[in-house]
Design a protein around this ligand. Structure first.
Ligand SMILES: [Zn+2]
Length: 155
């Protein structure tokens, strides 16, 4: 059974950003960086696999500190669930009406999904400070969302 490795170009259809992070435990900036699908394609090429993408990038903070860095990339899990929720809501709205969908979303906002639902149906930008899953990501201080710099460092 063969399975094609995922490629950067697939992010567009999946509506997922590219999540990039440094594997170095001593890294001074352990928070993942997000690139929009368009930005990821521009910088890495649509046909590039995630593994290749990770090899092409380096962590500027670690390189500056003299560490050999290993960078990992993946499609944003957060965006995956965000999209899943939007699809669920659309489905719900179709079956039970828009009002019911709004009520459902409000219900989600109270539960463990609150970081996804806060602020409305398409609140991509509502990235709360709270991130689930990885203990390391919690301690990032300043914001890490400035897409700038050269082609091979992830910023
Ligand atoms: Zn690093």
């Amino acid at each position: 059974m063969t399975h094609d490795p995922p490629r950067i170009g697939e992010l567009v259809a999946a509506e997922q950003r590219l999540e990039i992070w440094c594997e170095n435990l001593r890294c001074s900036r352990p928070r993942p960086v997000m690139w929009s699908p368009q930005e990821a394609i521009e910088r890495l090429g649509a046909d590039t696999t995630y593994v290749q993408a990770g090899r092409r990038l380096y962590c500027p903070a670690c390189r500056a500190a003299g560490y050999d860095t290993r960078v990992s990339v993946r499609a944003s899990i957060e965006d995956f669930y965000d999209r899943l929720n939007r699809e669920k809501l659309a489905d719900y709205a179709e079956k039970y009406g828009q009002e019911a969908a709004v009520a459902l979303e409000r219900h989600w906002a109270l539960g463990p999904m609150s970081s996804c639902a806060a602020g409305g149906p398409s609140s991509k930008s509502a990235r709360g400070a709270k991130q689930v899953g990885d203990g390391d990501v919690k301690r990032g201080g300043s914001d890490a969302s400035g897409p700038a710099g050269n082609r091979s460092a992830f910023e």
